[in-house]
Unconditional design. Sequence first.
Length: 365
Amino acid sequence: MFGIPILASVLLVAWLFVGKLGAGVFVDFLEGTAFEGYINPFLKTVISKIVPINILRDFLVGDFGVITMALTYSLAIIFPVICTFFIFFSLLEDSGYLPRLAIMVDRVFKLMGLNGKAVLPMVLGLGCDTMATLTTRILETKKERLIVTFLLALGIPCSAQLAVVFAMASTLHPWGLFMWGGEITIVLFIVGFLASCLVKGESRDLILEVPPIRIPQIGNVIIKTLARLEWYLKEAVPIFILGTIILFVLDRLKVLEFVQNLASPIVVKFLNLPKEATNAFLIGFLRRDYGAAGLFDLKQRGYLNNHQVLVSLVTITLFVPCIANFLIIIKEQGLRIALIIVGIVFILAFLVGGMTNWILGSLGI
């Protein structure tokens, strides 16, 4: 009886803690005050004096500079937000709430040919979809593993991406966050139901040990949070740098402009987004959170209105899995299945994004 109200309360607290405190207070200070006010101007001045070669100077502090873009995105925008997210997620994990969530959603998951245990890889996917795809091995049947792998690739945002989603949604009225969550949930349910009908095989009933509810231990929360932040700094930040280098090279070779023009009918006309958003989707394959960070930056610079924010959030959440997740899907399911999953996800992302744009336009929002 109290399961849904408790879940709604948990989501509300997450939105306030991650979206308002992390993305609002902390990001405003680090990005607006520290990086844009002091660090970046200082480094631009220093590098312009000691680096005489224009292309090298642009590589470091230009529009697609390793310092001005990669480090600003990863340390000033993403890092403070995922800090608050990891703290909140660790509190939920240590409290014993997550297994109870599996039991609560068991009936719903049965409609998708799954059981409540499938929620555990999905919750882990909120940390890292790549890791969560590996944990689908806990599911007993091949059918269950395939469906959950597909749903993870489709609509489960990883921690850094979810953090940016909360950051962008915090600029909207709360209905915007619920509309985003509602759309993603409906898409996941419909796709999961259709997949359960099309994928052959059997499903198993839920058998799960439930730990007692307990007050989270601060020591455990700190250790888990620091371990995940260490992972972010070691694994994610280098990818941000690599992504920026790719954008820099594509921009220099005029490929970025070509891709923008090529994707214009979809991004600009179908999704009603500025053509600069193409960069975010282009690099989103490298890391979806990097693509989300690009959209967040466009919002911060005033390129996106509230209508476009919601459309971009829905599209980037449903966008193709990052390259690391794609490689793991190949390892777990084979190349043919991985390519089919990516193809379906790509089509669904832009189709649902376009439908969202049309619905918002029809409602005059």
